[in-house]
Design a protein around this ligand. Structure first.
Ligand SMILES: *Cc1c(COP(=O)(O)O)cnc(C)c1O
Length: 217
């Protein structure tokens, strides 16, 4: 599928949900994709990408930004606290804030820089033991803690359980965001971004539907 086709489907889903055209931002998830595929999406004019690994992003984006100009890159994968400094220098947003130690570190770095990346809190909506994210019952307290640190929280992010219908998870995330006065909703991937848009997603994270299947080494 091409970027054009995805863009068309996004517009259609926005219209079907009665949402303003352009209200959903498409994060093209370029992790482990060959460089020529990433370049062709840049050449098509797209300027918002998502990465999962600090090291991989650090090896890729400084040169691409030098060639293509301003490109926003969002961190959507798990972030180790000892990579937080490198992350705030590289990324415009971090979607995977999932523990207080990381929030504290990011707040400290933001204060020192006088600028913070946009922050999304990852919520483990399915309460899966192996999955990162704040548990739903702990979310309100965690948002308050982040605000106490002066960390600007933009919204919430989730990755629903693989075997389940995603819509109830999207609805839960939307409800938790509304209750906490947060406007950002990072949810929806290649297989379910239209359902996420219907549920209010502001940021969808689409990889394989744009770039093709990922070939892990
Ligand atoms: C890899 C990844 C995506 C993109 O997944 P696709 O199914 O290829 O669209 C989205 N979100 C996160 C957190 C990811 O790790």
């Amino acid at each position: 599928m091409s970027l054009t086709e995805i863009t068309r489907r996004i517009a259609q889903a926005e219209a079907a949900a009665g949402r303003q055209s352009g209200s959903v931002r498409l994060i093209a998830v370029s992790k482990v994709q060959p460089l020529d595929r990433v370049e062709s999406v840049l050449l098509a004019g797209h300027r918002l990408f998502g990465e999962n690994y600090v090291q991989e992003a650090a090896g890729k984006w400084p040169a691409l930004r030098a060639r293509f100009g301003a490109v926003a890159v969002h961190m959507i994968g798990p972030l180790q606290t000892n990579k937080a400094k490198q992350a705030v220098e590289l990324f415009d947003a971090i979607h995977s804030v999932d523990r207080i130690g990381l929030a504290e570190k990011l707040a400290k770095l933001a204060q020192a820089r006088g600028a913070s990346p946009e922050v999304f809190i990852q919520v483990n909506t399915g309460a899966e033991p192996q999955k990162a994210g704040i548990l739903p019952q702990d979310l309100d307290g965690f948002v308050a803690q982040c605000r106490g640190l002066d960390l600007p929280v933009q919204g919430l992010m989730c990755i629903p359980p693989e075997a389940e219908e995603t819509t109830p998870h999207f609805a839960l995330l939307a409800e938790m965001a509304a209750r906490n006065g947060l406007s950002g909703l990072s949810m929806g991937m290649s297989g379910d971004f239209e359902a996420a848009i219907a549920a209010g997603a502001t940021h969808i994270r689409v990889g394989s539907a744009i770039f093709g299947a990922r070939a892990y080494a």
